[in-house]
Design a protein around this ligand. Structure first.
Ligand SMILES: [Zn+2]
Ligand SMILES: [Zn+2]
Length: 331
């Protein structure tokens, strides 16, 4: 394995195991630097003189360039277990991912690296869904920056074909249920995930009205992490809303309910997931990746979906890009 590939593989595995982002980032930075290396063996001292390369990453470069498997890579490979038990068939049926972030908002990697990683995981397509303007803590994109991003995505698609990077957004649902981006711009995107990121503890009736307005909005394709709960670290309780009414509206308007795969979210909780299944909703199993290795987290959601009795016909990301774009989210 070449030094760049070895460093990228280590970064991927560290992101996948949810290691410190700084540790994974060190390997991504070193991979960038290693692009400029001539072929053939490089000793660790020479590698360490590259910008952003430290002792650990220099060692990986030295070992890989000499044709050996780097010790550090062997170590992280050895502890890379399957992420989840169950849902393997569903995972094999997935053709894409409807929710991921790049360094244009609060993700850690460039758009191209996210797209290439999604492709290498076997996907035919993925939707880039950076944040909307009012989520300033996550560097939400203004209308102008989103338009700039659309041009970048169009350019990337020329080099990534047949893989397709679809355009999208994770759009904030504002207090009154309206969306945090210009309608005209939203209408031109391939897919819109709408999520609540503010006032999560709004009173139940108001939150129900807010969610109903969003999921009934024809511009919205997917309802993101519907309860907003956080189950690890700095935990957060579920938002309170009339789940029967919201899921009925999702089913009626063909808005997919997201099964958010992030380990700290696992949203919706099983109790609500089962209610959404009963309501006849379709689902989107989304990584919500903020780093390339996190794209593999769909395995968590596949296990949960299979556990809830869902088959591929109810999962929108088992569809081809063309079927997805036809917005035929009804079962
Ligand atoms: Zn979100
Ligand atoms: Zn997100």
């Amino acid at each position: 394995m070449e030094p760049v590939a070895a460093l990228e593989r280590i970064a991927f595995l560290l992101e996948r195991e949810d290691a410190s982002p700084y540790r994974a980032k060190a390997f991504r930075t070193a991979a960038e630097a290693a692009h400029g290396l001539p072929p053939g063996p490089v000793d660790a001292a020479a590698a360490a003189r590259l910008p952003g390369v430290g002792p650990k990453t220099a060692q990986v470069i030295a070992e890989a360039s000499a044709g050996r498997t780097p010790g550090y890579l062997a170590e992280v490979e050895a502890r890379a277990d399957p992420l989840a038990e169950g849902g393997e068939e569903l995972r094999a049926a997935l053709r894409g991912d409807c929710h991921l972030h790049s360094d244009w908002s609060d993700g850690g990697s460039p758009i191209e690296v996210m797209a290439r990683t999604a492709r290498d995981l076997g996907h035919a397509w993925a939707v880039l869904t950076d944040h909307s303007p009012r989520l300033t803590v996550a560097s939400g994109l203004s209308a102008e920056r989103l338009r700039e991003q659309l041009a970048v995505v169009a350019g990337l698609n020329r080099t990534l074909a047949p893989f397709r990077l679809l355009t999208g957004i994770e759009c904030d649902i504002l207090d009154d249920g309206s969306l945090d981006q210009e309608d005209e711009l939203l209408a031109g995107l391939d897919l819109v995930v709408a999520s609540v990121h503010s006032k999560l503890r709004m009173e139940r009736a108001a939150m129900t009205r807010r969610l109903l307005a969003a999921v009934r909005n024809p511009l919205v394709d997917v309802l993101g992490h519907c309860t907003g709960r956080l189950v690890t670290g700095r935990t957060r309780p579920e938002s309170q809303f009339d789940a029967a009414a919201v899921f009925a509206a999702c089913a009626e308007s063909g808005t997919a309910v997201e099964i958010n795969c992030r380990p700290e979210r696992r949203d919706p909780p099983t109790r609500l997931l089962l209610r959404a299944v009963e309501a006849g909703c379709v689902f989107s199993i989304d990584s919500d990746a903020h780093a390339p290795g996190q794209l593999d987290w769909q395995a968590y959601g596949c296990a949960r979906a299979a556990g809830a009795g869902l088959g591929p016909e109810r999962i929108v990301n088992t569809r081809s890009a063309d079927d997805l774009l036809a917005r035929a989210f009804a079962v």
